[in-house]
Design a protein around this ligand. Structure first.
Ligand code: 5GP
Length: 122
């Protein structure tokens, strides 16, 4: 695995070097609207530590950081009003997962029927 690049765009958002449209923040995580939404509501949730992906985070983060992060994802979805009708959470990992930004993030997608999951091979 390559090492964490502290110049990635989400690291810059965490350092407030570039702006974001913030939804939720606590000591563990920051949630903000995706710049190119793929659903009526499309929010990204990122942990505050330096983790490349779900794989990296799950292997290396402390139990406290993991619990705090996933609680922040749930709190973000609630704040967005998605609790009642539901939503989709996805994460892309590495080359085959087509991960573009190499700071771990979950996508919260909602605001309507997200449709069936379909297998997409390039
Ligand atoms: P990935 O493909 O890595 O799972 O998703 C990266 C996401 O980050 C994409 O949905 C993309 O639209 C979003 N994104 C990329 N650059 C920026 C940015 O500067 N600001 C925000 N808010 N979203 C970004």
């Amino acid at each position: 695995m390559t090492s964490y690049d502290s110049e990635n765009i989400f690291a810059k958002i965490l350092r407030e070097e570039i702006p974001c449209d913030k939804v939720y923040e606590d000591e563990f995580a920051l949630a903000f609207h995706d710049i190119t939404p793929q659903a009526p509501i499309h929010v990204l949730v990122i942990p505050k530590g330096e983790y490349i992906s779900f794989d990296d985070f799950s292997a290396g983060a402390s139990p406290e950081a993991m619990t705090g992060f996933y609680r922040a994802v749930q709190a973000s979805a609630q704040k967005l009003g998605l609790g009642e009708n539901g939503y989709r959470v996805i994460t892309n990992i590495g080359r085959d997962g087509r991960q573009e930004v190499k700071h771990y993030h979950l996508h919260i997608l909602g605001g309507g029927d997200m449709g069936l999951m379909k297998r997409g091979l390039a």
